[in-house]
Write a protein that binds this ligand. Structure first.
Ligand SMILES: O=C1O[C@H]([C@@H](O)CO)C(O)=C1O
Length: 551
């Protein structure tokens, strides 16, 4: 166990991730950010300097539970104050569990501007993975919009509402091709005038040796899109999800929702004279974006030799049965910690699209999340009444609410009330999806919980009823940190509130969180150690620091 030190500067960079030059947020002058690699038990230390001239910044370490360091979770206005321009904040936290993770901005919509990278935790020395592989490949998937995030945010909060639309391109390890795409080239078999040799947007090639087994780590940090990935002629065995081992299962293609990560094993046992396409397409929304492609390059073929087979095609965007069949196959591998048999606290969360003063928002039990200027971790720990909303957010919704039709009264209010959980208690959450504002519209929402893994106990169609509890999977529920709710469906999760801190729980679709689709949990905050004052230099906690200094 050792400390791994990183010195990063976050700043704007000119970059051409899809061959069109735009402004992005990069780290140390590059996009995407550097890959962090550590061993289980290591301490990761990132000294983060903010070089964005006029904006704050924070970074969330997605999937890391932050035991004992809740101030390092990197959620603006929840775990810390945004790091101001020209200032430095040091994130110091333990890589608590081996697995495939990533990190990303968690302030405004900075993730969608490109502020992200991979975080991979290997098993500790002397430990073994429960499967064999000869080599490893790493894919970080994202979507990319040409409209700046500031313009996107303004549109989302405008009346009339301006939706961000669909992404211009999908990116694999920060590379894609807009319009003049490789996908169009091979699909239509036209000539390519694309400048795909430009270094920023050249397609990714993954070099492999024939007749070996590779572990491919895949994570999605998309702003909006749900994705599907397939590799021409190669089946994939899924072995890990969100840093937890799963019962291995074999698929031709797999779905990946924003905030999720997976490991799959492939065997390079196909004709070694050919290269093969890795194809990534959009699920769950009518796609207006071409698939992203990468090349699986069998040694010693030239990496620029285009595969002879056409790229695998993504299932129809609205083939939800296909998505569900994949999701339902994800079960815990033997040896995974089991959930408590019973719950002490049930919370039902209704996800609706709503209106506040005519603006379109998303609400949870009719409250749309807005963050305050004081980080909750500080305001709760120090009992700062001025910064706290003292109300108790609703833990249920009206029993006659019809989830199949648009809300009859869509009017909602803003809030940032905290769901206070008893320390060490077992919590069940039912995430209930519903119809949006338009008729016949209900979307996929991948929900991500900070500070914990949770067990996924079950999924169902329509409105959740008490009778569904008898169907909960208590035998081998998968442990995850992100889970999808399907259109018009519900998803049930269970977790133990055993991590002192304040934790966000939200839809990982960036514009949806920005429009209020999230809640905040707190537990055991009295047990939290001394919060570094650098995390508290804003809002009411900032005033408290000044007062203590002046007295
Ligand atoms: O949040 C969203 O808003 C639009 C639409 O519902 C309103 O224009 C959309 O597709 C979303 O996902």
């Amino acid at each position: 166990e050792k400390a791994r030190h990183f010195k990063w500067e976050v700043g704007y960079v000119f970059w051409s991730p899809d061959c069109e030059e735009k402004m992005m947020i990069g780290i140390n002058g590059k996009y995407p950010g550097p890959t962090i690699r550590a061993k289980e038990g290591d301490t990761i230390v990132v000294q983060l300097k903010n070089n964005l001239p006029t904006e704050g910044v924070v970074i969330h370490w997605h999937g890391i539970r932050q035991f004992g360091t809740p101030w390092a979770d990197g959620t603006a206005a929840i775990s810390q104050c945004p790091i101001k321009p020209d200032e430095t904040f040091t994130y110091r936290f333990k890589a608590d569990k081996a697995g495939t993770y990533f990190y990303h901005g968690h302030y405004g919509m900075q993730r969608a501007a490109g502020l992200y990278g991979s975080l991979i935790v290997d098993v500790a020395d002397g430990e073994k993975e429960p499967f064999h592989y000869d080599g490893e490949l790493n894919l970080l998937l994202s979507d990319w919009f040409h409209q700046s995030i500031h313009s996107q945010m303004l549109g989302l909060s405008s009346n009339p509402f301006r939706w961000i639309g669909e992404p211009q391109s999908l990116l694999i390890n920060g590379r894609g091709q807009y319009n003049c795409s490789l996908a169009a080239h091979v699909l239509r078999d036209g000539s390519t005038s694309c400048q795909i040799n430009s270094s920023d947007c050249a397609p990714l090639t993954l070099r492999v040796l024939p007749n070996k087994t590779y572990r491919i780590r895949i994570a999605s940090t998309t702003s909006l899109s749900s994705l599907n990935l397939a590799i021409g002629n190669h089946k994939m065995t899924v072995v890990e999800a969100d840093g937890n081992y799963v019962q291995p299962f074999i698929v031709d293609d797999m779905d990946i929702y924003s905030g999720e990560s997976y490991s799959v094993l492939i065997t390079t046992d196909q004709n070694p004279l050919s290269n093969y396409w890795i194809s990534v397409g959009v699920r769950g929304r009518l796609p207006k974006t071409l698939p992203a492609l990468a090349i699986l390059n069998y040694h010693p073929n030239s990496p620029s030799r285009l595969p002879t087979l056409i790229p695998p095609t993504t299932p129809a965007w609205n083939d939800y049965a296909h998505s569900k069949s994949f999701t339902y196959k994800i079960l815990a591998r033997e040896g995974t910690p089991m959930p408590p048999n019973n719950t002490s606290h049930k919370i039902a969360l209704l996800n609706t699209q709503t209106k506040i003063n005519g603006c379109i928002r998303w609400s949870i039990n009719n409250i749309s999340l807005v963050l305050s200027s004081t980080p909750h971790l500080g305001s709760i720990k120090y009992g700062l009444k001025d910064a706290l909303q003292t109300g108790k957010p609703a833990e249920n919704f009206p029993s006659d609410y019809n989830v199949m039709i648009p809300p009859i009264n869509p009017n909602s209010t803003k809030g940032n009330n905290v769901y206070k959980l008893e320390f060490n208690s077992t919590i069940d959450v039912i995430l209930q999806n519903a119809n949006a504002l338009a008729v016949n519209a209900s979307e996929i929402h991948p929900w991500h919980l900070h500070g914990h893994d949770f067990w996924v106990l079950g999924y169902g169609e329509g409105r959740f009823t008490e009778a569904d509890i008898t169907q909960f999977n208590l035998k081998n529920p998968p442990l995850r940190n992100t889970v999808v709710i399907f259109p018009y469906g519900w998803t049930a999760i269970r977790f133990v509130a055993n991590n002192p801190g304040v934790w966000a729980f939200h839809c990982h679709v960036e514009p949806h969180l920005h429009m209020g689709m999230g809640i905040i949990f707190s537990e055991g905050v009295d047990l939290v150690g001394k919060i570094p004052s650098e995390a508290l230099t804003c809002g009411e906690t900032g005033k408290l620091l000044m007062k203590n200094h002046q007295n």
